[in-house]
Each structure stands twice: as structure tokens, then as C-alpha cells.
Design a protein around this ligand. Structure first.
Ligand code: LLP
Length: 420
């Protein structure tokens, strides 16, 4: 059986290790389900990204929505990254790490008054606006605070990112951004907004994109807009490409960050401004696993089921995007059979599954499995459905590890409720 591995997550003597730490040992101490991350994977991904774009004036803003544990954000901040925050809660979390607010971008297709106010109060680098009405509101709020808001307009380039429809965002039929024509008319009306300084142009066409073509198409389209704005006398200081770079979960097509850089750098060089990137998944996805214990094996008719102690509340991606995650033993044994089975959780929903009709090594009750590539959009999308306590999170660094979030207690489940 071929098992998924990376430089930092691999087998040694039949045991899965994250860096120098045995997954089995961690699971014994902290109980499954359990998220474990490799710090050095995060660092490597960040550095690879940085190095690929050495030749252009650029800046990375980690899209913290992918994994917003304070320690994870902090690792990227320590490396010099900025942060892309998508709500006041994310802004609150980001600032807890001590990141300079001038290294924070505030995103979201629907910001509330409070979010805009908070962004201005904290003096974030820029607010990305996604509608004309929002721009008017930002102008008004900034006016009331005697401030000038730095704003970038998110433009929807109308390109097909060819990814899962739920995470495709750059088509005109999607809710995100404004079309080029509207954007141009807003930039041209800039003098109507005395409390706004338009500093950038922004796109984000989707997530888990496995071809470079849609990025090139979108950057080319928005470059035209960039130059039209320049012709009108407005020199923007940044062009924000968003995130979306896909990673390898299974056998999908993929591209390396260097290939991505090779194709896009010539386009960026034509723009005389800072290029901003907002990667999330690229930095964290393959640096994390979700460890789970096999509870039972059973057969319904001809179908095999492996029932595990993790569920859709812990990792939602298979349920909502039919996402593929490798599932493999933490301890491998010789002479184990392969079976075809559904791997399912204990929640009372048919959608609570991790794999369907998957060819998988047989495993026995009490043994541990690792759900791979769970470092992005894993814990951040977890919930307490079925009153399940969220797992702990561990960050491994070589021979050391830290608990960066404890498993929730029963008291967490009811701390803000009362019986009336
Ligand atoms: N910038 C903006 C404005 C975004 O909306 C996103 C992701 C990113 C950057 C980062 O994208 P990335 O580099 O991670 O692809 N829950 C889904 C993914 C949703 C992505 C939402 N926006 C999943 O589990 O696949």
C-alpha cells in the first residue's frame, strides 16, 4: 500500500511521525481525535513562497481563515508575514499575536459597521471593499472618525477557476467583488469619497485551484484595469492577487510555487507596484493531520464500514465538498488486507463520513488512523454538533511539541448558557 508522506510527516519503523515525534505517543497522551501540525512544514512552505517571488516587490499576508490557532498565525508573523483577516473575530485573533496592524488586511464580502469601525480604529493596512454601498459606508464611518481609510476594491474578473463550485469565487455569477466596469467608475469618482484613499486593486478567484491558467487570465484582465486607472491619474500602490493555490490531497494535477512564479512574474513586473499574496491552504494544509481511533468495523449487507471517533464536526471538508483526504494507519502492520470501506463518524447524519468506497488497509478496533492534509480548513471549520468537544491541537517542532489548544472540556460546551 502506498501511503502519503511529506518531508516532515512520514513513517519510521512502521510508525507515523510528525517531525521527530511519534503520532502514537501523542495520541496516547492527548486522546484522539487530535490535530497535530508540523511547524517546519509551515516554515518551509512560507520560505518557498517567499523565495519564488524574490524578483518582485511583494508581500505575503497569511489567510488565517485556513488555520487561525494563535500559535499558527504567530509562526507566520514571526517569519515576517502579514495577515488577511476575514471578520472582526479574525482581526481580534490576529492582533492577539502582536502583529503590526499595518500588516493586516481586512477582507469580507459583507462587513458590518462594527467591523469597519474596528479596522479603522486599529489602523489596518487596508480594507478590501466589495460593493459600492460598502465604499459609501466606509467613507461615512471614516469621516465620523476623522480618518482617511485605505481601501482596495475587490474586482471580480469573471474567470473560471475550475475548482469546487463552493470555493470558486471569480465568476460574475459569484457573490464576490464588483465587475471591472463598476470598479473603474468608482476609482474615477474617487473625489466623491473624501475620507477614502484608494490604494489597491484586489482579486481572489477561488481556492484549491490546480491550474495556473485562471490566475494568468485574471491577472491579465485586472492589469488592463490597473493601467486604465493609472491613465486616469490614480497610481495604486498594490495589486492583491488573493490566495487559492491548490495543494496535493490525492492525485490531482498540481503546480509548484516556482512554476506559478515563472508564469506570473512577467505579468507582475509590468505593474509598477507591490504585489500582495494571501495564501492559506498552500502554507498549512499538508502540515497537519487529524488523528482518530477506530471504534468498530462492521458490514451492512456487502458494504464495509469503519467507524472512527472523529466526525464531521471535527473535519467538515469531506461532508461539504466531497473532499478527498488520505486516511492511513498510524502504525502499519505487515500482511494486512486491503478492503473497500466507508470511513464514517459517530454523528447521526449520513453525510458524516471521511471516505466512501475507499480502498484502505484493514484496521482493528482501538488502532489509530491519520486523516492527512488536515492543516487547512480543518479545526477552523469545526463545531460542537452533537455536543462533541473540539479536539486539542499540537504543534511539533523537531523533538519538541506544544499543546497550542487544549481539548474542550464539558464546561466549554455550556459556559454561556443558562437554564431559565
Ligand atoms: N483570500 C481570500 C479573500 C479568501 O477568501 C481566501 C479563502 C483566501 C485568501 C485563501 O485561500 P487559499 O489560499 O486558502 O485557497 N473551506 C474551503 C476553502 C474556502 C476558502 C475561502 N477563502 C475548503 O475547505 O476547501
Amino acid at each position: 500500500m502506498h501511503y502519503f508522506k511529506t518531508e516532515y510527516i512520514k513513517y519510521k519503523n512502521n510508525q507515523l511521525f510528525i517531525e521527530e515525534i511519534s503520532v502514537n505517543e501523542l495520541a496516547k497522551e492527548f486522546e484522539a481525535p487530535l490535530y497535530i501540525y508540523s511547524k517546519n512544514h509551515f516554515i518551509k512552505q512560507y520560505r518557498d513562497f517567499e523565495n519564488a517571488f524574490n524578483d518582485v516587490n511583494h508581500k505575503i499576508f497569511y489567510a488565517m481563515k485556513a488555520n487561525f490557532n494563535l500559535s499558527v498565525i504567530n509562526e507566520f508573523v514571526k517569519l515576517g508575514s502579514g495577515v488577511d483577516a476575514n471578520s472582526e473575530g479574525e482581526l481580534f485573533r490576529a492582533l492577539k499575536t502582536g502583529v503590526d496592524p499595518l500588516k493586516v488586511i481586512l477582507t469580507s464580502v459583507g462587513k458590518t459597521k462594527n467591523e469597519i469601525k474596528l479596522g479603522l480604529e486599529k489602523n489596518v493596512l487596508m480594507i478590501k471593499a466589495e460593493s459600492e454601498e460598502e465604499i459609501e459606508l466606509i467613507n461615512k464611518i471614516a469621516g465620523g472618525m476623522n480618518k482617511v481609510a485605505r481601501v482596495a476594491i475587490r474586482v471580480n474578473p469573471d474567470v473560471d477557476a475550475k475548482t469546487h463550485p463552493y470555493i470558486s469565487t471569480g465568476l460574475s455569477s459569484n457573490k464576490f467583488g464588483v465587475d471591472s466596469k463598476t470598479a473603474l467608475s468608482i476609482y474615477k469618482r474617487r473625489n466623491d469619497f473624501s475620507n477614502i484613499e484608494f490604494t489597491g486593486i484586489d482579486m481572489h478567484i477561488g481556492s484549491q485551484i490546480t491550474s495556473i491558467d485562471p490566475f494568468v487570465e485574471a491577472v491579465e484582465k485586472l492589469s488592463e484595469l490597473y493601467f486604465e486607472i493609472q491613465k486616469d491619474g490614480l497610481k495604486l500602490s498594490h495589486f492583491d492577487v488573493g490566495g487559492g493555490i491548490g495543494v496535493q490531497y490525492n492525485d490531482e494535477d498540481s503546480f509548484s510555487i516556482n512554476e506559478f512564479a515563472e508564469r506570473t512574474i512577467p505579468l507582475f513586473k509590468k505593474l509598477d507596484c507591490e504585489i500582495i499574496f494571501e495564501p492559506g491552504r498552500f502554507l498549512t494544509a499538508n502540515g497537519g493531520i487529524l488523528v482518530t481511533e477506530v471504534l468498530y468495523n462492521k458490514k451492512n449487507g456487502n458494504k464495509n464500514f469503519i467507524i472512527i471517533d472523529a466526525a464531521m464536526n471535527d473535519l467538515l471538508r469531506p461532508s461539504i465538498y466531497k473532499a478527498y483526504h488520505h486516511i492511513q494507519p498510524v502504525h502499519t502492520f505487515e500482511n494486512r488486507n486491503e478492503i473497500v470501506a466507508d470511513v464514517v463518524g459517530p454523528i447521526c447524519e449520513t453525510g458524516d463520513y471521511f471516505a466512501r468506497d475507499r480502498k484502505i488497509t484493514e484496521s482493528k478496533s482501538g488502532e489509530l488512523l491519520a486523516v492527512m492534509s488536515a492543516g487547512a480548513y480543518g479545526m477552523v471549520m469545526s463545531s460542537n454538533y452533537n455536543a462533541r468537544r473540539r479536539p486539542a491541537e499540537i504543534l511539533v517542532d523537531g523533538n519538541n511539541y506544544d499543546v497550542i489548544r487544549n481539548r474542550e472540556t464539558f464546561d466549554h460546551l455550556i459556559w454561556d448558557e443558562k437554564i431559565v
